[in-house]
Design a protein around this ligand. Sequence first.
Ligand code: CTP
Length: 402
Amino acid sequence: MSLQGKNIVIGVCGSIAAYKIATLVRLLVKEKAAVQIIMTPDAVEFITPLTLSTLSNKPVLVDYFDKKTGSWNNHVHLGLEADLLLIAPATANTLAKMANGQCDNLLTAVYLSAKCPVFVAPAMDLDMWKHPATQRNITLLKSYNNTIIHPGNGELASGLTGEGRLAEPEEILAYLSNYFTRSQPLSGRKALVTAGPTHEAIDPVRFIGNHSSGKMGYAIAEELKNLGAQVTLVSGPTHLSAPGDVNRISVISASQMLEAANTYFDAADIIVMSAAVADYTPETVADQKIKKKEDTFAIPLKKTTDILATLGKRKTDKQVLIGFALETNNELENAKGKLQKKNLDYIVLNSMQDKGAGFSTDTNKVTIIAKDGTLKEFSLKTKQEVAKDICNIIIRHPYPSN
Ligand code: CTP
């Protein structure tokens, strides 16, 4: 499996087995993973940072501070941005610190800050491994949901034979690849997401728009990508940058959005239409800037095509179609009406009456209504978390053709 787009942080501790990490980094880079190495101060005695930075194409981090540049290595960001943290080789000392929440170096601070899955591959002499203190620490790490890649049995650096050898690089790679395959239930699926506002031109300098930031749609596109889907994001004008590995098609008007959505719809298995599409557009666009004359001024508008309803008519059983409804009153009734009228599988209702929900905010509070009328109400969450809730529903969707 390709690990393209995966950010893997490897924490290397002071063990003779650190040399095996050079091979592991090589294998991961070959699979297109982005690898960031962090070493404990003792690890640099076993393998040079130069070797690992050359193989990973990134500077190796050891200290909180980079004395040369005067900058500091932000452990919180490192922990938050990683898709996976692997500690290998994990020494008895680092295991003990991790189990007890001690953080006296950059690596242990990153461990404490990490929100991603953590894999731990211990390496030590057989008696250290067998010691009840080490075994208790392993039990504690398991209780924190860390995955232990067990050491192998064989010849040890001490000359003794037994359990304690770092798992081989190929075995560690298989663990990590398996994890990503399992965590990508939408692998092989194609998704189409619309996001942001549309701008309907009045003349060369003016348009009719709305306050949609696109944040919800971008978060959905990113989550679908993380779950393995191949994502096309048709986006109206926003200030957001496209999530990595997402095919962004930038459009401005409702008619351009319709054209792009039409192009990608038939090939898509998952379609989430979160864009705030203008319902009306000027009948004509003035060639020149309209000059100010009378006290009042009216622009004749015509209805835009409802993209969602158009696609709903073409929807097959192999596709799951999700729309959004932003309502200020009679929320449930209106949302259910749209669900039926537009032939959707689910509709995500945002009520403008909920504080912290709707346009431009970083949070949202939604209710998701299914075609069969079942309803799930969610609490106020970040848009990233709402995206996860929506994707959970997509993962569980019972396709009639399955
Ligand atoms: N939508 C669309 N094309 C349009 C208008 C809306 O695809 N021209 C989609 C939106 O992306 C959203 C859903 O329809 O997923 C509902 O949008 P909303 O603005 O809440 O509803 P409308 O159908 O436009 O109805 P109204 O504005 O009257 O509430």
